[in-house]
Write a protein that binds this ligand. Structure first.
Ligand SMILES: Cc1cc2nc3c(=O)[nH]c(=O)nc-3n(C[C@H](O)[C@H](O)[C@H](O)COP(=O)(O)OP(=O)(O)OC[C@H]3O[C@@H](n4cnc5c(N)ncnc54)[C@H](O)[C@@H]3O)c2cc1C
Ligand code: FES
Ligand code: FES
Length: 489
């Protein structure tokens, strides 16, 4: 326990017996670093944002902003973080703080430490200036529209809320940022590797947090202690802890295992490691899977995507999770690992009931495999109350192959219309073999509108959900006609 410590703003600080469920935010503030604030404690406001040194595929580091209110502090053992206090001081402001002050981007200041950490993460992002010059196309039309003249991606701030200043001065500050100086210590730090997560075993008040060095050790632990709760990015679990008061006697951290951090584009399939954060997948795929490229900007905020994983999105088993409909349409398979070896399950067979799956307690999701080639016509439609940073009321993902004017293959994934994500099998059957015409689409839309068993809740009524299903295929059809994709190849 004595060796357990976090490097904060360049200085090692021992964790010294913090309870196992302590969040990084609560711990930071208990050490006197009260810059990061608690606004919501559930990942919605970004007042708690700090920067975490994370590994890049090239072997260097990135300063990745994360919500410290959701991360268990023991997950940061041996890691490096920078808080608003570490960026600058009143007498020596960091460029981000300086620009924010000049633009009048802070009034009460409660949100400001979180904003400066999110802005600093983007300030130091490798490739930001290339985007400014138009040299990089990440495949996302939303992103292209929201880059500043300096390449600053405004979506970097999508997880930060400000109650009193208004966003225009904050945007002005972001767009006024130049490039980091070469002697900036935080810029220089990026050339060196991120710290390797260290094995951790903390027991406080009958509650344990364990990180094993190797995947084999983790799998043996799961075999011996099947009640263990896995935690990856903790963007779901952190909310459970903070808002619902959930506690687990044993939490096992898995997001560091290299076997869960693969991203391999092969001839027959793409394998995506379950513990890759959604932002990592987004940037490493670089638009190679258009359906996912459409999905990512609509998934929560940048802060959440920086930490939340694809394995966690399946592991939580929510019927309104965003990746399952897309992965169902892509025909994805789930690789489950245990001490006995691996098995592969079709995602369409994975969910068995509300938040239930075929995964055994001694198994974890190691990877997701997407078969190649990809369907040519794809679309992800998320219907939510807000366009960004909201949970789906309904999500529909289409993957169709249309040849010679007819539908030759169709996979459709649905979320929010049943106790589990599901394939719209009847609609798929109604499409395959039919000409891609408005008559086919209208007939299939009637079938689609009756798929699942949508219910009414605070997000949407069952009638609304059915109606959204009913119109989704028409929306896709209109875009294919506009794009002239209907008779391609
Ligand atoms: C503000 C906010 C907005 C959000 N918006 C969205 C959204 O728009 N769309 C959406 O789909 N979700 C959203 N979420 C939910 C969440 O961010 C995602 O579900 C995320 O993908 C979870 O990943 P994680 O690594 O953080 O999971 P964790 O919290 O670490 O784990 C979640 C669950 O999955 C299990 N688990 C984790 N990894 C594995 C694994 N490899 N194998 C087996 N089980 C595993 C854990 O045991 C736990 O039960 C949001 C959450 C917040 C707080
Ligand atoms: S306190 Fe609101 S996101 Fe962390
Ligand atoms: S300055 Fe008051 S909340 Fe942003």
């Amino acid at each position: 326990m004595d060796d357990i410590a976090v490097n904060v703003n360049g200085k090692s600080r021992p964790l010294a017996g913090a309870p196992a469920h302590t969040t990084a935010l609560d711990w930071l503030r208990s050490t006197g670093l009260s810059g990061a604030k608690e606004g919501c404690a559930e990942g919605e406001c970004g007042a708690c944002a700090v920067m975490l040194a994370t590994p890049t595929p090239e072997g260097g580091s990135a300063w990745t902003p994360v919500n410290s209110c959701l991360v268990p502090v023991y997950a940061l053992n041996g890691q490096e973080i920078v808080t608003a206090e570490g960026l600058g001081s009143p007498g020596a402001l960091h460029p981000v703080q300086e620009k924010l002050a000049e633009a009048g981007g802070s009034q009460c200041g409660y949100c400001t430490p979180g904003f400066v950490c999110s802005m600093a993460g983007e300030y130091y992002r490798d490739g930001r200036e290339a985007v400014a010059e138009g040299a990089v196309d990440d495949g996302c039309p939303v992103h292209d529209a929201e880059h500043g003249p300096n390449g600053f991606d405004l979506h970097a701030l999508s997880g930060n809320l400000c109650r009193c200043t208004g966003y225009r001065p904050i945007r002005d500050a972001a767009y006024a940022l130049g490039a980091p100086e070469s002697d900036d210590p935080l810029q220089q730090r990026l050339g060196a590797p991120a710290p390797i997560p260290v094995a951790t075993a903390a027991t406080v008040d009958d509650s344990r947090f364990i990180r094993r060095a190797s995947l084999d050790e983790t799998l043996r632990l799961l075999r011996d202690e099947p009640d263990a709760l896995l935690v990856a990015g903790s963007t779901d679990w952190g909310v459970e802890v903070n808002i619902r008061g959930s506690r687990a006697p044993l939490v096992v951290a898995i997001e560091h295992h290299e076997e869960l951090r693969t991203l391999v584009v092969g001839d027959d399939e793409i394998e995506i490691g379950a513990a890759l954060a959604l932002s990592e997948i987004e940037s490493r795929l670089g638009g190679a899977v258009p359906l996912l490229a459409q999905l990512f900007p609509q998934f929560a905020s940048r802060l959440i995507r920086n930490r939340g994983t694809i394995g966690g999105n399946l592991g939580t088993g929510s019927p309104i999770g965003d990746t399952p409909p897309a992965l169902l349409a892509l025909g994805a398979r789930v690789v489950l690992a245990s001490a006995d070896g691996e098995r592969e399950v079709d995602l369409a067979e994975y969910f068995t009931g509300y938040r239930q799956s075929v995964r055994r307690a001694d198994e974890l999701i190691r990877a997701i495999r997407i078969p190649l080639p990809l369907a040519k016509v794809t679309s992800f439609q998320k219907i939510a109350k807000r366009r960004f940073d909201d949970i789906s009321s309904v999500a529909v993902a289409f993957a169709l192959d249309i040849e010679g004017g007819s539908v030759v293959a169709a996979k459709i994934g649905l979320g929010g219309v049943a106790a589990t994500p599901l394939r719209a099998r009847a609609t798929e059957e109604a499409l395959v073999g039919q000409p891609w015409t408005i008559a086919t689409v209208r007939a299939a839309s009637e079938v689609l509108g009756s798929e699942g068993t949508p219910m009414s809740d605070h997000r949407a009524s069952s009638e609304y959900r059915a109606l959204m299903l009913n119109t989704a295929l028409l929306k896709l059809y209109s875009t294919t006609v506009l794009d002239n994709k209907e008779v391609s190849a």
